[in-house]
Design a binder for this molecule. Structure first.
Ligand code: SF4
Length: 273
């Protein structure tokens, strides 16, 4: 079975589990990036009943925000329910609250802005093993038990533990990652040749779609801030306020952090691979 067909089978299975365990349709998690575009396309082809949800990060490129609005309008006209989850705190409020910029190793922003939505539902995401070493530990099916040691992760389609999902013995949000085994080349190939929706952010030279200045963009962040200078200004203003918050809380401040600009330079220089 090719990967496209395999992903469709996983989506069908996840949709069945979602209906029998939660009594509600599977939710396709949609960021507007190439992986979620592929996932959305495959969900459409699979013939399942599904909903779509986007987590608004407050730091996405305007092109992505407008693209998502357009796609959702189109999907809703086809009778597909779409929802946008707004965070309790924006990226800018979160940085001041945490008193530290998000970094590659401490990405508190993703947890707060993206991962806390769609509680007690079954969701499908575009997570893939080829994206990072950390993602190699992710499974085709997963639950989100609060105790990491008790989490169930299915690494292959024939895993024996699957029956736990099918019997609805999981008491938390469950996740299916249907395109987990797609390589980068396979994703780009499918995205370029088969997907109905395309985010214009890729036409600007972006190879990933996420928050502007995301620590995961590594050295490309300098370039991102050249394209979107207003975001650079926003981060610097936020780091100014973050320094005030650190002072107010009596937290230690690095020698080199005199202004928001200094924090910004440190952030770009030190948090890179
Ligand atoms: S995409 Fe990057 S910056 Fe945005 S929430 Fe996730 S880790 Fe944070």
């Amino acid at each position: 079975m090719d990967k496209e067909q395999k992903a469709i089978e996983r989506l069908k299975e996840a949709a069945d589990i979602s209906l029998s365990c939660y009594g509600k349709p599977l939710i396709i998690v949609y960021s507007g990036g190439k992986d979620s575009e592929v996932l959305l396309e495959l969900a459409g082809r699979s013939g399942i009943n599904f909903e779509v949800n986007h987590s608004h990060t407050t730091a996405d490129a305007p092109q992505t925000v407008y693209h998502i609005r357009k796609v959702f309008k189109d999907l809703e006209e086809q009778g597909i329910k779409c929802g946008i989850s707004y965070p309790k705190m924006s990226m800018w409020q979160l940085i001041i609250h945490k008193c530290f910029p998000p970094t590659r190793l401490i990405r508190y922003c993703c947890t707060s802005l993206k991962e806390n939505n769609c509680g007690n539902r079954m969701i499908a995401t575009g997570v893939r093993w080829s994206e990072s070493v950390k993602r190699k530990t992710r499974g085709i099916y997963e639950d989100t038990h609060s105790n990491k040691d008790k989490r169930i992760v299915l690494m292959n389609d024939n895993d024996e533990k699957r029956r736990l999902f099918e019997r609805c013995q999981i008491q938390a949000k469950t996740i299916c990652n249907p395109i987990i085994d797609f390589t980068n080349d396979e994703i780009w190939d499918f995205y370029n040749n088969e997907c109905q929706y395309k985010n214009p952010i890729y036409d600007l030279g972006f190879t990933r779609c996420g928050c502007i200045g995301c620590p995961m963009a590594n050295k490309k962040r300098n370039w991102e801030f050249e394209i979107f200078p207003k975001y650079k200004h926003l981060y610097i203003m936020t780091f100014d306020k973050m320094l005030e918050a650190r002072k107010a809380k009596g937290l230690e401040i690095r020698e080199s952090w005199k202004t928001g600009n200094d924090v910004f330079d440190w952030w770009l220089q030190n948090d890179r691979r």
